[in-house]
Ligand binder design. Structure first.
Ligand SMILES: [Zn+2]
Length: 66
């Protein structure tokens, strides 16, 4: 894979984060701290790749980093 094919595959930050989430969550998002499946994508301006867990006290987590 060269830089051109990499840029075609991941044209922007969202495409890159979506791929990281597929690898990280194996298709179904979950909280890495408590294992809860009740998580929701954080909805704020300019915040991407952040999730809220409704099952534990950790209110925010990132998708690509454990
Ligand atoms: Zn949790």
């Amino acid at each position: 894979m060269n830089i051109l094919s990499l840029m075609q595959r991941f044209p922007d930050q969202h495409a890159c984060i979506e791929q990281l989430e597929r690898v990280r969550f194996d298709e179904e998002p979950y909280c890495p701290l408590c294992g809860n499946l009740h998580v929701a994508r954080k909805r704020q301006n300019n915040v991407v790749g952040r999730w809220n867990c409704h099952g534990c006290s950790r209110a925010s987590m990132s998708s690509p980093v454990p």
